[in-house]
Write a protein that binds this ligand. Structure first.
Ligand code: GUN
Ligand code: ZN
Length: 427
């Protein structure tokens, strides 16, 4: 058994609907065995469970669950922070050329190493990831995640139209690639496969039909795509699918809407669609840095929550501008400010942990440090920068301190990252 003594903060439920959701132990103890949490609580209440287990004293640090990134693109690492365009032009000018390079397995392997290391450096212990159109990009990523026993879900992008030569697949090639990736990787260790139609514009009706068939044939497999991000994208989608009632309906008609479906953005979605999303058990990945960077718009988090939609946080690198979920929470707050709806700090932490886990339909396995959960956790240094140290020392309120951490914090705060009880990153 391993034992860690530090302050511990995690969420046992949704703080917007429960008064008992926040669990904070100023002098806490976390007990871990075989990759799972054995116990988590006040040190004095749990010390009898220790036996002769040595305690790692991390007093002054804060232990939290690992962060969950519900939307990120592995093959876009090298075009993060590309200047000047909104979504459709950005895809043409920057994204598609970068993704074309993933036809090369050596490039995919090298980038996968960097990508996973960067996730861990930022405290992200689970991610739902877009690969490129190439099967090999997803294999490269799964290999690296598997070696670290990371809980990671990924899929190859489906795109059989409206993309450059050399970056498209076909209905039959993409069906074969997915069947083989699912057979080889889904459920292996902590890996999962996600059927990944890039977005409606890039997939023919035949390909979306096939995607729905593959999803139906493999219960437990996830679905991820983009939804209602940019006004031009929305208009083009409506023109391509005139029979659909709205953008969400395009996916629903092909059987792509369910409890393991995660839709990135949903910036311009209307109330009725949010209700349909909630009823289906599907989730939204809220990607504030991306929505601001591409000028896509301001996600109506309060509307989504009012309808009971599951929401997680996504960095959406490379349209998103940071791997840091902490930083992304600070930007989520600013989006709320522009909408006249301030994001509560505990709600923010929920979105990044248990809320993200629930968005991925993994709330029973990850997202907090309740006994039996997989031991994916972080040791945070609240004095990582002089400014943070000064700001946090001057404030006794947990809520205020957490808020300042999301506004001022980033990868520098993440001192250690543990996957299934094993240290995978140390600053
Ligand atoms: N819509 C379709 N593809 C993409 C992508 O790569 N990034 C974002 N932000 N939106 C998309
Ligand atoms: Zn995206």
């Amino acid at each position: 058994m391993q034992a860690f003594r530090a302050s511990i903060l995690h969420l046992l439920g949704d703080p917007t609907t429960s008064d008992e959701a926040v669990a904070f132990h100023a002098d806490g103890l976390l007990l871990v065995e075989d990759g799972h949490v054995v116990a988590c609580g006040d040190h004095d209440a749990l010390r009898d469970l220790l036996g002769d287990t040595p305690v790692e004293d991390l007093s002054g640090k804060l232990i939290t669950p690992g962060f969950i990134d519900t939307h990120i693109h592995f093959p876009q690492v090298d075009i993060i922070a590309a200047h000047g365009a909104q979504l459709l032009d950005w895809l043409e000018q920057h994204t598609f050329p970068a993704e074309a390079a993933f036809a090369d397995p050596a490039h995919a392997a090298e980038t996968a190493e960097f990508f996973v290391r960067e996730l861990l450096r930022n405290g992200t212990t689970t991610a739902l990831v877009f690969g490129s159109v190439h099967k090999g990009s997803v294999e490269a990523l799964f290999r690296v995640a598997q070696a670290r026993d990371m809980r990671l879900i990924a899929g190859k992008s489906l795109m059989d139209r409206h993309a450059p030569e050399g970056l498209t697949d076909t209905v039959e090639s993409s069906r074969a690639d997915m069947e083989s990736l699912i057979a080889d990787w889904h459920g292996k260790g902590r890996l999962g496969y996600a059927v990944t139609p890039r977005f409606a514009i890039s997939c023919s009706e035949a390909q979306l039909t096939m995607a729905g068939e593959v999803l139906a044939a493999h219960p437990g497999v996830w679905m991820q795509t983009h939804l209602s991000e940019n006004p031009r994208e929305i208009a083009e989608t409506a023109a391509l699918f005139p029979e659909a009632a709205d953008y969400l309906d395009v996916y629903d008609r092909f059987g792509l809407l369910g409890p393991r479906s995660v839709f990135a953005h949903c910036v311009h979605l209307q109330g009725e669609a949010f209700q349909r999303l909630a009823d289906s058990g599907g989730a939204v990945a809220f990607c504030p840095t991306s929505n601001l960077f591409l000028g896509s718009g301001l996600f109506p988090l309060e509307t989504a929550c009012a309808h009971g939609v599951k929401v997680g946080i996504g960095t959406d690198v490379g349209a998103g501008t940071s791997f840091s979920i902490l930083h992304t929470l600070g930007e989520a707050y600013k989006v709320g400010q522009l909408r006249g709806s301030a994001l509560d700090p505990f709600h923010a932490l929920y979105l990044a942990t248990l809320g993200g886990a629930r968005a991925l339909d993994l709330g029973d396995r990850i997202g907090n440090l309740a006994p039996g959960k997989e031991a994916d956790f972080l040791v945070l240094d609240l004095a990582a920068t002089p400014l943070l140290a000064r700001r946090l020392a001057g404030d006794r309120s947990l809520e205020n301190r957490l808020f300042a951490l999301t506004v001022l914090g980033d990868d520098r705060v993440v001192e250690r990252t543990y996957l299934a009880g094993v240290e995978q990153h140390r600053r």
